[in-house]
Design a protein around this ligand. Sequence first.
Ligand SMILES: *Cc1c(COP(=O)(O)O)cnc(C)c1O
Length: 385
Amino acid sequence: MSSPPSPHAQVVVDLGAIRHNVGRLRELVSEGRSQGPLAMVVVKADAYGHGMLPVARAARAAGADWLGVATGAEALALREAGDTGRILCWLAAPGADFTRLLEAEVDVSAYSVAQLDEIVSAAHETGRVARVQLKFDTGLSRGGAPRTEWSALADAARAAEQGGFVTVTGAWSHLACSDEPEHPANKAQVAAFEEALAVVARAGLVPEVRHLANSAGAILLPGTRYDLVRLGIAVYGLSPAPDVRTAEEVGLVPAMTVRGSVVLTKELAAGDGVSYGHTFVATEPLRVALVPMGYGDGIPRAASSTAQVLVGGARGRVLGRVCMDQFVVEAPAGEAGEDVVLFGPGTHGEPTATDWARWCGTINYEIVTRMGGRQTRVWVGDEAT
Ligand SMILES: *Cc1c(COP(=O)(O)O)cnc(C)c1O
């Protein structure tokens, strides 16, 4: 499955930052009211690369009312690790085994009448009342029932409720453009969500939670907060919309630091080419350092000759192509064996994951989520330690 870890490359996750961010976001979305919306912390994809179980524990300690995951397997892993709080999962293909999820008291999502039927069958089989959240597509054109099927889904859910097999615990949808608060799709999606909620009410359903907002919605669009906000990237201390509001402006602390030890340093002469294809050629004498991580560890190859690291107390640019296991950086002051920081909170001169995203033409979500290969992953700032 995973490669044996290297002692010379680490992903360090600060659980104190996770707890801080959950607290800060809860405060922000409640805007001084004593009772703000509930907070769901989204820990899918191994908590965006930060480690699902330690992050889930930190999030619960900081007051997460719900945990959110994509797959049923992720939900079951949380239960197996002892989490007893509310959990919602939202991605299942036809033929999925809902029985274990119902036995584990996980709330599941229904995108269609066919999927609801599968959930009802699992309820029959297990003798459990399924907790179901209906997902409506209000304009993302991804998961959820299309508008033409809203009534059919709500009516089928009400019938299943009356049959005693189902409790509809939620009605929800997902935003397409919340990182662009002025985008007209946001207003249109809120209007569509209101229509979906009216369909739900007409069917006689009274869901416990209605929710629409992800991190960007929760932070930038107060009108999308409803009863619960689904917080992902912001919990990890990164801004969902860095051009609109930076993490620092929101009061978030990046939780992940990726660091390693310099393997060796050397002096290049003018004319020396660096790494495969010699896409970088020194134009003057240059001191460089070798970093023991590559695309096999999640370092994007798109970082070639563009991203920066902190080495020997100074910023150095990646020189030439990122390889599978290693890459070369300029390091005027670096020494073999010393620390090289790829990204972190940005408080000691190192770049952030958001900087890396800009350099690599992607989003900070992808930078942190893809980290992990042979790095040793360590968690610091645990309350217990
Ligand atoms: C991943 C995800 C989220 C979290 O989104 P962020 O932008 O990271 O806050 C919320 N809801 C759903 C349905 C998701 O898939």
